[in-house]
Design a protein around this ligand. Sequence first.
Ligand code: HEC
Ligand code: HEC
Ligand code: HEC
Ligand code: HEC
Length: 312
Amino acid sequence: MGRLNPDGSVGACSACHQRHAFSAAQARRPENCGKCHLGPDHPQKEIYEESKHGIGFAAQVDDLNLESPKWVLGEDYTAAPTCATCHMSAVRTADGELVPTTHDVGLRISWNNRPAVSIRPEVSDKKLGLEKMAKVGWETRRANMVKVCTVCHSPNYVDNFYEQYDGVINLYNSKFAEPGLRIMKTVYDYELITRMKFDDPVEWTWWELWHHEGRRARHGVSMMAPDYTHWHGLYDVAKHWYMKFIPELREIVEDNKQSDDPRKIEGTEVLEKELKALLERPEHAWYTGNLNEKERAKRQEAQEDFKERYAR
Ligand code: HEC
Ligand code: HEC
Ligand code: HEC
Ligand code: HEC
């Protein structure tokens, strides 16, 4: 798992297999993956526990046949999926095809939600020099995962899931991540803050926005955890975007306007223009006070409806 061994080889089987027991049951359990996949920047363990899948696992672990040498979803168990079920293990599909076990955990995922802006996995694999995997497009990888899901769900149910998943990723990318990246590039290009990373508040704000909060939203939606998608995810993204990131950028503009370096002055003009263009987009109109009358009335009505129902 990215480990560089003294003999020049890479990786460690013991990341997932305990050296002495080498037990399949241990490797298949979610706690195994949760050793690394947890915490504020990639809470897959917590997300799984919140999902119906994790709840099903906890309640029905005795029906999962975890000790069986052969462990094919659809033949040896169907009660609930573990991390290994979806990402690695063998599957007898609804059509009778046998999909073998894989140790390549990238083979069934169609987005890489780790960078600031989510990208397709073949793109990131190419950047990492993984030539073989760079040839496997996201559509193939998604089709691989769908074979797992459709052992337990109808195709329509699974399509609906992917539609909602893609919807959140596209929203996050276009509303926050792409413009945020562009703006931070301007800040650095014109040296409106120091070159030293993480010595300015805006650098911490932007980093946590995509690397913690933005990932929680994306990872949450990818694995059926509503609370991580919203309260630990997009809620925090929005709060810090509007209440920290934008105000800090405005402060940077004001500070640099006092500069006697013409390049910085030019930078403040570029940044101001970018901020203006960004905030004029309809998705930010509520914040700038520029909602049109129709939308304003619609929201007012929704608020009153809500109060009518709950504020008793
Ligand atoms: C990401 C975690 C992970 C890593 C790293 C890992 N394994 Fe596995 N391995 C598993 C899981 C989970 C299973 C159980 C799969 C199943 O039964 O569905 C497994 C099963 C196996 C099996 C049983 C045969 C099979 O395919 O079912 C062998 C043998 C094995 N692993 C060898 C290795 C070796 C050798 C390495 C290092 C080169 C390694 N594993 C690294 C997670 C891992
Ligand atoms: C020792 C730590 C560790 C353990 C244990 C571990 N992983 Fe990972 N996993 C990682 C790291 C590190 C990455 C790569 C992150 C990156 O490239 O940014 C990763 C990446 C992944 C990815 C994304 C792959 C891709 O191509 O984008 C999946 C899916 C995944 N792991 C699933 C699992 C599953 C399932 C298990 C348990 C069977 C597991 N991992 C166990 C550390 C771990
Ligand atoms: C019900 C099946 C299912 C289970 C169970 C499951 N996952 Fe996932 N996982 C997914 C799907 C679907 C995606 C998103 C795939 C895509 O991008 O198309 C995903 C994405 C991921 C990723 C990629 C994150 C990234 O960068 O985008 C990691 C890592 C991961 N899962 C780890 C885990 C771990 C660890 C567990 C157990 C604690 C787990 N998964 C349980 C289905 C599952
Ligand atoms: C081993 C069987 C199994 C597999 C594999 C599986 N699921 Fe599920 N899934 C379940 C069960 C059981 C439930 C709970 C159903 C219920 O409410 O009765 C569930 C619930 C769900 C829900 C509803 C979540 C909620 O909060 O109500 C979604 C969405 C979902 N699964 C999507 C998927 C997707 C997408 C995949 C593949 C990536 C997948 N599942 C793989 C068994 C599975």
